[in-house]
Design a protein around this ligand. Structure first.
Ligand code: FNR
Length: 390
């Protein structure tokens, strides 16, 4: 099903989006309003962690093997008992309507076509119900920004369950919004302007609380309602490990924590608290600037977890080689974020699809060139850590 650079199908087939990973952001910049572009391209602080995410990939090099039977590659994987065509997932990215009117519903459709699990953000511009409809029979997971208000939390979990979201991803690293100069300089926080965020407004429990608090429907004062929503979800108040019981008791499916990386000890705590998986991630360098690159911590966390939980990875994936490196360091699958949203910004869902197809075609070909037949054959011995040029 995957096209290859040499099979003829690529001639004139990527008309919308550049296939050069280093030009994608520049192409998106031409299309997007400055505020939207800065929101996706920006990071926390001086972007030291964002840069580190990329530099960490540069420090690992693939050591290819020759004369192996790799003419047909098998990209399939299994996560939490479900089989998927490829080892990539769509990272949860909020407020997608600020990038294109196709927004989450369009991207969920594309992901369903490619059998890529669509991880829907709590900060989405489409509702849970709309995304479920667009995704149809496609795989979908729900990412929770964990409200302080348990009643709202349970309402979100309930709607996600009823709408066929199979895995719950709880993002831990964004309980307060980081210092992001690219947005601060524009006075731009899409959530506060009520731009692009739907979910708070569409949740019946939140609406009821909004009416009780302000005496009107959220739409009547969108900024007021959005600030209330933000105040609850990104409230500047962290949850603690003991509070996980609430989620564990109310979510029967797999429970995955996103944003573990500061310490392998956190990975062990996740298992002790009944989690099924963790996503090693630093939010693409958008939260704690100065934090270590996610890839740097991946091997230690994989070792700490063993076979007790599924380890996934994001933050800095741009190319097929990056995917092979993360898989070889022990991730079972990776989340792709910014590149796909650049594609969405450039040409809507068709652009996002081209980016995903390009990454997958490159992955298929690169695995072959590296002498790897199956995803499970990606092992640490495929890699060497190097430092060129000091
Ligand atoms: C994100 N990310 C994110 N994560 C999450 O759990 N919920 C969310 O709503 C968002 N929103 C969001 C918006 C934008 C514009 C970006 C770029 C990122 C983080 C995302 O899931 C993922 O961790 C990063 O995108 C990984 O970094 P790279 O590989 O995209 O640089």
């Amino acid at each position: 099903q995957l096209r290859r650079p040499t099979d003829g199908t690529f001639l004139n087939k990527f008309p919308l989006v550049t296939t050069d990973p280093n030009k994608l952001a520049a192409q998106a910049k031409e299309k997007l309003p400055e505020t939207s572009y800065n929101y996706i391209a920006g990071g926390a602080g001086e972007k030291a962690t964002m840069d580190a995410n990329r530099l960490a990939f540069r420090q690992w090099k693939l050591v290819p093997r020759m004369l192996r039977e790799t003419s047909i590659r098998d990209l399939t994987i299994e996560l939490f008992g479900e089989k998927y065509e490829t080892p990539i997932l769509m990272a949860p990215i909020g407020v997608q309507s600020i990038f294109h009117e196709d927004k989450e519903t369009g991207l969920a459709e594309v992901c369903a076509e490619l059998d890529v699990p669509f991880i829907m953000s709590t900060a989405a511009s489409s509702t849970i119900e709309e995304v479920a409809e667009a995704s149809g029979n496609g795989p979908r997971w729900y990412q929770l920004y964990w409200p302080q208000d348990d009643e709202v939390t349970l309402s979100l979990l309930d709607r996600a369950k009823k709408n066929g979201f199979k895995v719950l991803v709880v993002t831990l690293d964004t309980w307060a919004l980081a210092w992001r100069p690219a947005d601060l300089d524009n006075g731009y926080v899409p959530f506060i302007k009520g731009t692009g965020v739907q979910v708070g407004l569409s949740d019946p429990v939140f609406r009821r609380k909004c009416r009780a608090k302000f005496g009107h429907e959220p739409e009547e004062n969108i900024v007021e309602a959005s600030v209330a929503w933000l105040g609850d979800v990104v409230s500047g108040k962290s949850h603690t490990w003991d509070r996980l019981k609430l989620l564990r008791d109310n979510w029967e499916g797999p429970l995955v924590l996103k944003g573990i990386q500061k310490h392998p000890e956190d990975a062990k705590l996740a298992i002790e608290h009944g989690c099924d998986g963790i996503i090693v991630s630093n939010h693409g360098g958008r939260q704690l600037d100065g934090a270590v690159a996610s890839l740097e911590m991946l091997p230690e966390i994989v070792d700490a977890v063993g076979d007790k939980a599924t380890v996934l990875f994001d933050s800095g994936i741009r190319t097929a080689a990056d995917i092979i490196k993360a898989l070889s360091l022990g991730a079972k699958a990776v989340l792709v974020g910014r590149p796909v949203i650049y594609g969405l910004g450039i040409a809507g869902k068709a652009g996002a699809k081209e980016v995903l197809q390009g990454i997958l075609a490159d992955l298929d070909q690169s695995m072959g060139l590296a002498g790897i037949q199956r995803v499970g054959d990606c092992k640490r011995e495929m890699l060497r850590k190097v430092v060129y040029g000091g």
